[in-house]
Ligand binder design. Structure first.
Ligand SMILES: Nc1ncnc2c1ncn2[C@@H]1O[C@H](COP(=O)(O)OP(=O)(O)OP(=O)(O)O)[C@@H](O)[C@H]1O
Length: 277
């Protein structure tokens, strides 16, 4: 018998402590089984919990990772999640070479997923490691994951956050200025972060430069690598997503409208087209 196999007293759920899929600031993600199905099991210390992945329970969208179940023991909470193949950072660094949708589909799927998340009055910690590439089912989809810092937003699309837990490299200028203090999370700041991720996915570099200069370049509105996009179809969209002033950023509905013409016929993420087919 595998000594590393953990069942938590529930025969329908097991995972192996030695099969680690990844580690975050708050927990460890293991490979496991739930009712015979391959899953990811994310373990978080109970004392580090607040309003965490429970947010996922309220979400049901093809571009948001599915939360199937959760369970506690005396020290930890265990989230049973849809098992994915890799995160977007692993793809950008060349560590994942498996299948992935076309560029336009990735951007489109992320935008529709984020629109759904905002509709549910949530916002989140946006960075490439929190975006997952699904296993083929048979279609490969891009999914938002890790609602570790999700918060409910009010009707204005903003919410109070105590500090910002997201990596500074993926943070909007209005949040960088307030890091460490109480600040506001908002839909426009999510759009800024998503624009950074779009650029990184397309060009494999950060639009605001190298590690040490990113934070100050974001603060000073100097997207030093922006010309790398040349005449890429997404350039007008990405530029408007990473506009310095929150009020100038493109809204998600408009991003969706601008990306649609670049989708292949009947893409998996396009419900309208699927219905029309
Ligand atoms: N459902 C999943 N399927 C496959 N791999 C996953 C899944 N969820 C997470 N992972 C892997 O585990 C890593 C860590 O995930 P986790 O959500 O704990 O942390 P994070 O997002 O990197 O960090 P933080 O919680 O600090 O924001 C991810 O980057 C990913 O590579």
């Amino acid at each position: 018998m595998d000594e590393e196999l953990v069942t938590l007293g529930d025969p329908s759920l097991s995972f192996s402590r030695s099969l680690i899929l990844g580690k975050g600031n708050y927990g460890v993600v293991f490979s496991g089984k739930y009712h015979g199905k391959d899953v990811a099991v994310k373990r978080i210390e109970l004392e580090r919990m607040n309003q965490r992945e429970e947010a996922l329970f309220h979400l049901d969208h093809e571009h948001v990772v599915k939360l199937y179940h959760w369970r506690d023991n005396k020290d930890f909470r265990f989230y049973v999640l849809e098992l994915c193949a890799a995160n977007l950072d692993e793809y950008c660094k060349g560590c994942y070479t498996g299948p992935i949708p076309s560029e336009a589909e990735v951007l489109y799927q992320l935008t529709t997923g984020l629109e759904y998340i905002h509709l549910k009055r949530l916002h989140r910690d946006i960075k490439p490691k929190n975006i997952l590439i699904s296993k083929p089912d048979p279609i490969v989809r891009i999914k938002w994951a890790d609602f570790g810092s999700s918060k409910l937003v009010n009707d204005n699309g903003s919410c109070s956050m105590s500090g910002v837990r997201g990596t500074k490299d993926w943070t909007a200028p209005e949040h960088i200025r307030l890091l460490g203090a109480s600040c506001r999370g908002s839909k426009p700041s999510d759009i800024f972060s998503a624009g950074l991720v779009f650029f990184y996915f397309l060009k494999k570099v950060h639009p605001f430069g190298e590690d040490s200069e990113i934070e100050s370049n974001i603060k000073n509105n100097q997207p030093v690598n922006i010309d790398d996009l040349a005449d890429h179809f997404s350039k007008p969209v990405v530029i408007k997503m990473i506009a310095h002033e929150a009020k100038d950023r493109m809204a998600l509905e408009e991003i969706i409208r601008k990306l649609k013409p670049f989708l292949p016929p009947n893409p998996p993420g396009d419900v309208d087209n699927q219905h029309a087919a």
